[in-house]
Design a protein around this ligand. Structure first.
Ligand SMILES: Nc1ncnc2c1ncn2[C@@H]1O[C@H](COP(=O)(O)OP(=O)(O)O)[C@@H](O)[C@H]1O
Ligand SMILES: [Mg+2]
Length: 248
């Protein structure tokens, strides 16, 4: 079976400035994969390219083996890629319920939608009491959970989440990751962008370290250490790394 997501040697530039140079990664069904790296490494660029908001100058993106490179974002979303961008994007004037149901705009299976709506509320019980509250009244942590709920309403094949922990306190971050684990147990597939190697190691099945637009290190969380990850992240030569050395 092909991986759910296959990013195959993609290059993306802003104007003439290259942002990522030859990024490859895969995400298998039922995995949490973490893409970790410092500010400016190209993490958001990678996710935006998968979601179709950016088009690579070279390379391919495949969803379950089918090329989606260069497809329009709405088509990619319809094919099952749900993108939760950095900064959460809750519509502050819309109610919580309206915000959640935005995820169903392109679905036709109305009965399944209601079942999924109940499922989202079972993941995030606090939302049930707040369904008619404007989205803008929720705290940052609640908004992060709301947008994950919205992503689930699209019945995605994969959920891409860009820096879910940004600006949230440690307890809320733990709560968000707890949800990711429950989602994975329910068969969902996630690619999560993260700045903390430590958190990636604690939560992901597999990790890719991105630095200066290239994958510096990758592997199973079981096989990687905090030290190896930090070497790759900060760009030192790793004495023990798998591919942690400098690129030519
Ligand atoms: N809209 C843009 N225009 C020009 N350069 C950009 C733009 N967005 C990002 N970049 C540059 O591309 C590189 C990768 O950025 P980004 O993907 O946002 O990194 P990350 O998400 O890892 O912090 C950085 O050098 C950044 O300055
Ligand atoms: Mg980013």
């Amino acid at each position: 079976m092909p991986p759910v997501l296959e990013v195959d040697d993609i290059y993306v530039s802003y104007g003439r400035i290259p942002a990522i140079r030859g990024v490859s990664l895969t995400v298998d069904e039922g995995e949490i994969v973490s893409l970790v790296g410092p500010n400016g490494a190209g993490k958001s660029t990678t996710l935006m390219t998968v979601a179709g908001a950016l088009v690579p100058t070279k390379g391919a993106v495949r969803l379950k083996g089918h090329p989606i490179t260069g497809h329009a974002p709405e088509n990619i979303a319809r094919l099952g890629v749900s993108f939760v961008p950095e900064g959460r994007h809750v519509f502050t004037q819309l109610t919580v319920e309206e915000n959640i149901r935005l995820g169903t705009d392109m679905r036709r299976d109305k009965d399944a939608i209601e079942a999924d709506f109940e499922r989202v509320l079972s993941y995030f019980p606090f939302l049930r009491e707040r369904l008619s509250t404007p989205g803008g009244k929720l705290s940052g942590g609640e908004q992060q959970q709301l947008v994950i709920g919205r992503a689930l309403m699209t019945a995605p094949k994969i959920i891409l989440v860009d820096e879910p922990s940004l600006g949230l306190g440690p307890i809320i971050v733990d709560r968000v990751y707890e949800i990711f684990h429950r989602l994975r147990e329910a068969g969902n597939t996630l690619l999560v962008v993260e700045q903390s190697t430590h958190r990636a190691l604690q939560n992901a099945d597999r990790i890719y370290v991105l630095r200066s637009g290239r994958i510096e290190l990758s592997g199973s969380s079981r096989d990687l250490t905090d030290e190896q990850l930090e070497f790759a992240y900060f760009g030192f030569d790793s004495p023990v790394g798998q591919g942690g050395g400098p690129h030519p």
